[in-house]
Design a protein around this ligand. Sequence first.
Ligand code: PMV
Length: 296
Amino acid sequence: MSRPSQARAPGKVILLGEHSVVYGQPALALPLDRGVTVRCEPAAALRLKSVPAAGAHAMQEATEQVAAQLGNPLVEITIDSDIPLSAGLGSSAAVAVALTRALAASAGRTLPDDELLRLAEGMEQTFHGRPSGIDHTTCALAAPLRFVRGPPHQVTRLSVKKLEWVVALSGPRQGTKEKVLGLRQAWEREPERIGAKFAAIGQIVEAGQAALLAGDERELGRLFDANQAILAELGLTTPAIDALLAQMRGLGAYGAKLTGAGGGGAVIALHPEPAKLVRALEQAGVRAFAARWEEP
Ligand code: PMV
């Protein structure tokens, strides 16, 4: 008998280290205070009732694969999300985690973290090919993390008391898969030059971890700018992102960068008064919101 169930998972932001994390460098990520809720109702067959994201086919395939590993609960699934979609904010990873939890609950199981992470990673692979794993790990553990790709991944929970930051949307973007593939081709052509840039981002992440743990937002902002400069050299920024980052810095941000795969999508900034920056951006017609993490 399949049971009704409900599960939620947060989105995520990568503070520092996207892309280089695919090549074994460390990265820092935080959960977002927005997320995905999945509801399952017993039904005659496994069925996705509403899917917020594009890629319904991959979603159906991934859902069937996970359900098969959880004893095939027969449920109708509703997915609701308040994470901007395809923006680099972890909407697909949050779906993977919440859906895995909900299907397990419908099958009468509570998953330990390692099994949840393994199943959600499988779903993310169906969506994105070979992701580093930072997205679904942050969404599943719902904590500030330092992440180094494995196998096995090295995941360290960071004790961050509180952080507020601003997320703004620069416009539509290509998929993560395309951006990761484009960079891989560049790296295969010039492994030393591109590899040195990844290593430089790794150094920025180390300094960023110290700043994050010390609560030094000014220094962390400076490191956002340094990371962004290298992401720009790697061809991951756009004129729209650059204009938005300049606008945020002009409005007093300590620093700003793209987050996630780039080529459009979300950017993040640190600012002494996040709500004030959000208001100024909204007045200029930019979609923006303040996000916060506080240690439970
Ligand atoms: O844009 P997103 O949320 O899919 O983030 C991708 C992060 C990358 O480092 C670019 C890819 C990865 O697999 O880690």
